[in-house]
Design a protein around this ligand. Structure first.
Ligand code: ATP
Length: 233
């Protein structure tokens, strides 16, 4: 569904990705782990076209999207809940979700809101609350819900559990499984390597802009290099 072929990405003179090749197949949960500054966010944002890859190719459903605008890429069926959530703090929960379904017609919008409130009962209870006053976990659920409102086929999640309490982290991973079971393919960037690899069908390890390991989630959890560098074992 998503393929990166020898992708290089630069910020001016800084090279953040150095020939990354990887893929996400339909129906999978794929996790990308790596330490701070490895290039995880850059990889995810390169898929979204901002920044653009300086060389290599990004393919979505076989179509070359390397030079497409972010807007065009999103319209093909891709959505992202970015790092730091980026919800609209002054708008209510309901308004944030409506923004996510901006292009949908009214009938579809109502149906999707109902679906989101079923997936995230907490958002239903808080529909009228200003998003900026919600807890970190609630805001993360809102960011995921807003991304799902565009009915994506592929959902990108950048560090969805960052800064959250263990109980909330467990809820977020349960939700990620449910989303996949509902037919949405998930590509996940996480520093919480243990939980993220447990939920993943496959995973990649990124170090200084390069993929250094690729395997099933299960095998990566058992890999000595991963255990020492990312699991603290
Ligand atoms: P973290 O887990 O800390 O978010 P990351 O793995 O997501 O890290 P990136 O944010 O992708 O890493 O950063 C990769 C490299 O690119 C880093 O060296 C970073 O300093 C650099 N970088 C990221 N964004 C920019 C930018 N806008 N301008 C210049 N350099 C950047």
């Amino acid at each position: 569904m998503l393929e990166l072929e020898q992708v290089h990405t630069h910020y001016g003179a800084v090279q953040a990705l150095c020939g990354v090749s990887m893929e996400v197949r339909k129906g999978e949960i794929v996790t990308l782990i790596g330490s701070n500054g490895a290039g995880k966010t850059t990889l995810m944002m390169t898929v979204c076209g901002a920044p653009r890859a300086s060389s290599g190719r990004v393919l979505f459903d076989g179509q070359d999207i390397t030079h497409r605008s972010t807007h065009e890429i999103m319209r093909l069926g891709l959505a992202i809940a970015p790092e730091g959530r980026r919800i609209f703090p002054g708008l209510t929960v309901l308004e944030n979700l409506q923004m996510g379904g901006f292009f949908a017609d009214r009938h579809v919008l109502e149906e999707d809101l109902e679906r989101m409130f079923k997936l995230f009962p907490r958002l239903n209870q808080r529909a009228g609350q200003r998003a900026g006053t919600m807890s970190g976990g609630e805001q993360q659920m809102l960011a995921i819900g807003r991304a799902l409102m565009s009915r994506p086929r592929l959902l990108l999640l950048d560090e969805p559990t960052l800064g959250l309490a263990p109980l909330v982290i467990a809820q977020i991973f349960d939700i990620i499984r449910t989303i996949r079971d509902d037919g949405v393919t998930v590509f996940l960037v996480e520093q919480n390597a243990n939980k993220a690899l447990q939920v993943a069908d496959r995973g990649y390890v990124l170090e200084t802009g390069r993929v250094v390991l690729a395997d099933t989630g299960k095998n990566l959890l058992a890999n000595d290099r991963v255990r020492m560098a990312y699991l603290g074992v």
